[in-house]
Design a protein around this ligand. Structure first.
Ligand SMILES: C[S@@+](CC[C@H](N)C(=O)[O-])C[C@H]1O[C@@H](n2cnc3c(N)ncnc32)[C@H](O)[C@@H]1O
Length: 337
């Protein structure tokens, strides 16, 4: 259905062409905070329309365009299909242009354009996601896309998504492939940790594990103590759902791994400060899970995920006086005292 209002044109190329030309004559917009992962190349209108039809976009949908450029896919989704939309775009000039196009196309009440990084953005409100990025970026996004509610449709212009095969592929009017994925129902019979370990190519015995909320990525991580059979040492690892492995530390002796809320970790820090035999501190930096592991019986280390560095950073350590015996140390140190 074409969205019509008094004085408002139906969706048409002319709106975008005129506004883009006017905007181009204005003064240079501010630059993005960092270079974009791919440059702005707009999807042709006819292809954008094919993408929206492939996803079956309708009035009840909320379409998220990740790397939304000049906002054309969302303007079309609102004008022609009566959908609502959210665009995430790194380049402030393109965000400003999108807002202007949406205003002039009289669909600004249905569209939001956020200046930000697609890797940090909250996309949980999407019923449809559109992408025109690259295969490697799609693959990085895959864990978060897979965590969207079952039935969410994802359409990518030209690029696939690594091992996640599309449910349907059609040929676009520009000669590229347009891929559709529909987020499947979760397989309740398969342990998510087992899937994550398999993706990471890890098959050693897991002595302990806990789940890590990063505060920025809904998919989070699993923190695991991986202990090779027949050995008295191992590694603490954080494993993302897409199989990315971050080494936290090696450990010797009996593993003791715990995930704390920030509040619990702060209480733990208070307990260490009051103790006569424990020395050190834990200083959570973000409102996200704190992972702590006993590394050699007497010494414990804690980490938190840093959204800026995109890795785990050490946020504290402590050691027990004269408590090199691993059992006593792990019993008292692995949890808030
Ligand atoms: C190929 S263009 C696609 C534009 C639009 N989706 C379309 O199909 O017409 C990719 C866009 O992604 C933006 N981009 C690249 N990396 C980004 C990131 N990490 N976060 C947000 N936007 C990004 C670029 O600035 C560019 O506008």
């Amino acid at each position: 259905m074409v969205r019509k209002r008094a004085g408002a044109p139906a969706w048409c190329l002319a709106v975008l062409a005129t506004v883009s030309a006017n905007a181009a004559r204005q003064e240079a917009p501010p630059r993005p905070a960092r270079p974009p992962d791919v440059n702005f190349i707009p999807t042709r209108q006819v292809v954008a329309d094919q993408m929206l039809r492939l996803a079956g976009v309708g009035a009840g949908d909320v379409v998220y365009d990740l790397g939304s450029g000049d906002g054309r896919i969302l303007v079309l989704a609102a004008q022609k299909y009566d959908a609502r939309g959210v665009g995430i775009e790194l380049d402030p000039g393109l965000v400003a242009l999108s807002r202007q196009i949406a205003r002039e196309g009289e669909v600004d009440d249905r569209l939001t354009f956020q200046q930000g990084d697609i890797f940090d953005a909250d996309i949980s409100g999407a019923t449809v996601v559109t992408l025109y990025l690259s295969t490697s970026i799609n693959t990085r996004l895959e864990p978060r896309l897979r965590h969207l509610p079952p039935g969410t449709r994802i359409v990518s212009h030209q690029f696939g998504m690594g091992r996640w095969r599309p449910d349907r592929t059609v040929r676009g009017a520009d000669g590229t492939d347009l891929h559709l994925w529909i987020v499947p129902e979760r397989d309740a019979g398969v342990s998510e940790l087992a899937v994550v370990l398999a993706r990471a190519g890890l098959d050693g015995p897991v002595a302990m594990s806990c789940q890590v909320e990063t505060g920025v990525d809904p998919a989070g991580f699993f923190a695991v103590a991986l202990s090779p059979a027949g050995r008295s040492d191992g590694r603490y690892l954080a494993i993302a759902p897409d199989g990315v492995v971050i080494e936290l530390a090696p450990y010797a002796g009996v593993p003791d791994l715990s995930c704390f809320t920030r509040a619990d970790a702060e209480r733990l820090n208070g307990s260490i400060a009051r103790s006569a035999t424990l020395h050190g501190s834990v200083r959570p930096r973000w409102n996200a899970t704190v992972v702590c592991g006993v590394v050699d019986g007497a010494a414990s280390v804690c980490w938190q995920y840093s959204p800026e560095e995109r890795t785990f950073v050490k946020i504290g350590e402590w050691i027990a006086d004269g408590r090199a015996g691993r059992d006593g140390a792990s019993a008292s140190q692995g949890r808030p005292l």
